[in-house]
Design a protein around this ligand. Structure first.
Ligand SMILES: NC(=O)c1ccc[n+]([C@@H]2O[C@H](COP(=O)([O-])OP(=O)(O)OC[C@H]3O[C@@H](n4cnc5c(N)ncnc54)[C@H](O)[C@@H]3O)[C@@H](O)[C@H]2O)c1
Length: 296
């Protein structure tokens, strides 16, 4: 495996492209939005430089990693030689359907087709393709260069050969691959998102304010980040999409997205990526101020 195409250069796509390039793969990162690609290129460079400054990589590896990366809105030529294509486009079934149909048309039949989806069924995605045995979930965590987990999702038709290859690939990227079967939200988000939703409900019922809820979970439970800040970090639109898939699939009330979350997404307050969610990230992104005020 040598040539990788990563589709979607948002929060996740840039981190995924970064780790593949750093581990020696040729990576084409593509997005329909040129500005997103420019931002991703700047983010990857900044993150590699930070690793160099911390002496985790040397200057040669920094330069070589950047040389292995291509940023393009026209991926057709890269698809032709791809060994693996991995999509990290928006968490929306219709958007992913178009991407998986393109994968079938434009990549060689030997190419593995992976999704970084947080919650959408791998079986449904596989149905959009001409090679269900080669479709697999490869669910990375944010920030990708740092987080050591890849949840590997097996669809009903995913072959053992595909799983073995992807598990080995995760190891090659310095990650631990944990296998999960195809069920709404897999393991990570099925467990995490009800906590985030409950934190929003706790806020909505005025039990405490944003800073108070996050402080309780950090200081009392040892979480490195409170659930509301984590929601901002994931992206409130992504959280909403995941909860919709979970509620649709599992029909339990604690998965039903809280109205505050829906309203914030409708208002364009998507968290870190839009500059504002439960916190405001425009002044000092490392020490964001609370933006959602509820407490009397
Ligand atoms: N945000 C997280 O913490 C997180 C963690 C794990 C997995 N995921 C999953 O990763 C995927 C991407 O999430 P994200 O947070 O990076 O989203 P994002 O909104 O930051 O980025 C999505 C990108 O996809 C691009 N895009 C949309 N349609 C496209 C198309 N047809 N072709 C090419 N590019 C297209 C958009 O322009 C955008 O740049 C989702 O499936 C999400 O559930 C997200």
């Amino acid at each position: 495996m040598k040539n990788i195409v990563v589709v979607g250069a948002g929060t996740m796509g840039n981190g995924i492209a970064h780790v593949f390039a750093q581990q020696g793969f040729n990576v084409a990162l593509t997005d329909q939005n040129k500005q997103q690609l420019d931002r991703a290129a700047a983010t990857i460079k900044k993150n590699l430089e930070r690793l160099r400054d911390k002496e985790k990589i040397d200057t040669n590896l920094l330069t070589a990693s950047l040389d292995r990366l291509v940023f393009t809105t026209e991926p057709a030529n890269y698809y032709k030689n791809a060994d693996l294509v991995l999509e990290a486009v928006s968490e929306n079934l219709q958007v992913k359907k178009i991407v998986f149909e393109q994968f079938s048309k434009l990549t060689p039949t030997t190419c593995l087709l992976a999704s970084n989806t947080s919650s959408i069924s791998i079986n449904i995605l596989a149905n959009f393709t001409d090679r269900q045995d080669k479709v697999v979930g490869m669910h990375f965590f944010n920030p990708v260069p740092i987080m050591p987990l890849v949840e590997i999702i097996k669809g009903d038709a995913t072959s053992e050969e595909t799983l073995t290859t992807i598990k080995a690939l995760a190891t090659q990227l310095g990650k631990t691959g944990i296998l999960a079967n195809d069920a709404p939200g897999f393991v990570a988000n099925r467990v995490l998102l009800p906590m985030i939703n409950e934190a929003i409900r706790t806020l909505g019922e005025n039990v405490s304010d944003v800073a108070g809820i996050d402080a309780v979970m950090k200081l009392g439970m040892g979480h490195p980040m409170g659930p509301l800040q984590l929601a901002d970090f994931i992206g409130l639109d992504v959280c909403l999409s995941i909860l919709e898939v979970l509620y649709d699939g599992l029909k339990k009330p604690h998965y039903q997205p809280h109205p505050i979350l829906i309203e914030m997404v409708q208002a364009g307050h998507l968290g870190v990526k839009s500059g504002r969610g439960f916190y405001a990230y425009t002044n000092d992104p490392k020490n964001p101020e609370v933006a959602y005020k509820n407490h009397p």
